[in-house]
Design a protein around this ligand. Structure first.
Ligand code: GRF
Length: 217
């Protein structure tokens, strides 16, 4: 069974979707620790409700990024973590951390990467006028939101969307694709080849999406 360490900073709805997949039997994994840089993260309460060990490491304790990352690695390794899952963790990891878990760190980002990396994504998508946005699960490399893409979900953008309505629509899909990406990993079906992730026996989407829809001919 795959041992996960989940890193969080906020509300933890993605953490919840992973817990629910495990408890529902669709994901054969266990969460050994939920680690947060924010002692007030609601994600910590979610973990505790499910009897999952939690750990808080604040920036105040380890102001230097590398020191912080060394401490986090120590905690994760002590817990036997095999896959690190970033679920709304608001810190950028240094190479000190990333090199300890090569292609064993996943992140979820609320856009269709490589479009709209970084922060404040939904506002930027709407201001740009994009007709689709979505979410991406990717392996973490030493860049920001640049690592090999595992799975994406496409979500339409409406003319009346606000950043909040778009965020909510995308978040629902995040909760579907993150457990799925972890499941593919746990089944040993993901291989990184250069920038690409190959999925053994992947079931690929056939449909085409057009937004707004084309009038019937
Ligand atoms: C999500 O939008 C995720 O894509 C981003 O941070 C947010 C975390 O939300 N990386 P939650 O804490 O899982 O609810």
């Amino acid at each position: 069974m795959l041992t996960l360490g989940v890193l969080v900073s906020g509300s933890g709805t993605n953490l919840q979707s992973i817990i629910d997949s495990i408890e529902g039997g669709s994901l054969d994994a266990r969460i050994a620790v939920v680690l947060s840089d924010n002692p007030r993260a609601y994600a910590l309460e979610r973990a505790k409700k499910h009897g999952i060990k939690t750990c808080v490491i604040t920036k105040k304790e380890f102001p230097k990024r590398e020191d912080y990352d060394r401490k986090a690695v120590e905690v994760l390794k002590d817990c036997g973590v095999e896959l690190v899952v970033l679920a709304g963790f608001m810190r950028i990891l240094s190479p000190v951390f990333i090199r300890e878990f090569p292609w064993r760190i996943m992140n979820i980002h609320p856009s269709l990467l490589p479009a709209f990396p970084g922060l404040d994504v939904h506002r930027k998508v709407i201001e740009w006028g994009a007709r689709f946005s979505g979410c991406t699960v990717h392996f973490v490399d030493e860049g920001v939101d640049t690592g090999p893409i595992i799975i994406q979900a496409v979500v339409p953008v409406r003319d009346d969307d606000t950043p909040e309505t778009l965020r909510q629509r995308i978040l629902q899909e995040e909760h579907r694709i993150y457990p799925e990406a972890i499941r593919l990993f746990s089944e040993g079906r993901l291989t990184v080849e250069g920038r690409r992730v190959r999925i053994k026996d992947g079931r690929f989407c056939e449909g085409v999406l057009i937004n707004p829809t084309v009038r019937d001919e």
